[in-house]
Design a protein. Structure first.
Length: 295
């Protein structure tokens, strides 16, 4: 029985070429989609950076020092503690720790708090009792009565200022969530690109084996078995033919396209990596928005 191997090699190479073409088309579509989304993400990051700077500017004009000084100045509990000598012998850090702990409304501005506390302390600190001599009488200095009332409307102004600060904090939290979401998208794209890169390498290896190599056998005489040879002279002679030259050109053209895919993947990964480095920590740390706020 005479076997026509032409049908086998022709069908095999055509099927492989069709399959590789479908996969290649999918890769092109996916890469173009990721590239477009990467461009959109990059543009979104620029918009988020503008919003970040806007929020920082909004925080910078708030009256944190005035709010702190007002809370300290009109805090009757602090005055009583001063009169009871509870702050005597404490360092500045210990005083700040005590004040922050007992009044959660204070913003972290150490200088304004210490200045306000020192003013209050100088005004209400207990006076030193004189040394009593035998038979001598003296008048006991009682602590000053607490008559410490803020001007009318002060607490309303404080409330309005804190409302503005809290609004900025809400906007900050929303912006941080957006940055985190976009960075998560970057990581997802990087994972997809790694999978696509592996598929492209499979295509690069598969194309010459499953398409070009079977085609180089054609045409084969009916009834003649295809033969493999390791004779270098025969290989060179068979290569220098129009058929094999065209197959080589075809191979270089297709492999060149696959290599371009790898280059495009590398460029997209580099762009995503740069975006991730530029927006890694600073824009997701609330302390970078405002120096007077601590979680």
């Amino acid at each position: 029985m005479n076997i026509d191997w032409n049908w086998f090699f022709s069908s095999f190479s055509q099927s492989a070429a069709a399959l590789l073409g479908i996969i290649g088309a999918f890769i092109i579509s996916r890469l173009i989609g990721i590239d477009e989304k990467a461009n959109i993400l990059s543009s979104d990051f620029e918009d988020l950076k503008i919003a970040y700077n806007k929020i920082r500017d909004s925080f910078s004009i708030r009256k944190y020092s005035w709010v702190n000084r007002t809370f300290i100045k009109y805090d009757d509990d602090i005055i009583k503690q001063i009169q009871n000598r509870e702050y005597e012998g404490l360092s500045e850090n210990e005083i700040l720790g005590k004040l922050y702990e007992q009044d959660g409304r204070l913003y972290h501005d150490d200088k304004s708090i210490l200045d306000a506390f020192n003013e209050l302390y100088e005004k209400y600190k207990p006076k030193e009792e004189p040394i009593r001599k035998p038979g001598e009488f003296y008048v006991v200095n009682n602590p000053l009565p607490i008559l410490n009332f803020p001007p009318d409307g002060t607490w309303d102004k404080i409330g309005n200022e804190r409302d503005l600060i809290n609004k900025h904090l809400v906007d900050t939290g929303e912006l941080i969530r957006k940055f985190s979401k976009h960075l998560e998208s970057l990581k997802n794209f990087a994972s997809s690109l790694q999978t696509i890169k592996m598929i492209v390498w499979i295509l690069i290896v598969s194309f010459p084996i499953t398409v070009i190599y079977p085609l180089h056998f054609l045409p084969i005489e009916i009834g003649k078995e295809p033969m493999l040879t390791y004779n270098l002279v025969l290989i060179i002679k068979s290569y220098i033919t129009l058929k094999n030259i065209l197959l080589t050109v075809f191979l270089i053209a297709v492999e060149g396209i696959f290599v371009y895919f790898l280059f495009l993947i590398r460029q997209i990964k580099l762009r995503l990596s740069n975006l991730e480095k530029e927006h890694l920590e600073e824009y997701r740390d609330i302390n970078s928005y405002c120096d007077y706020y601590r979680e």
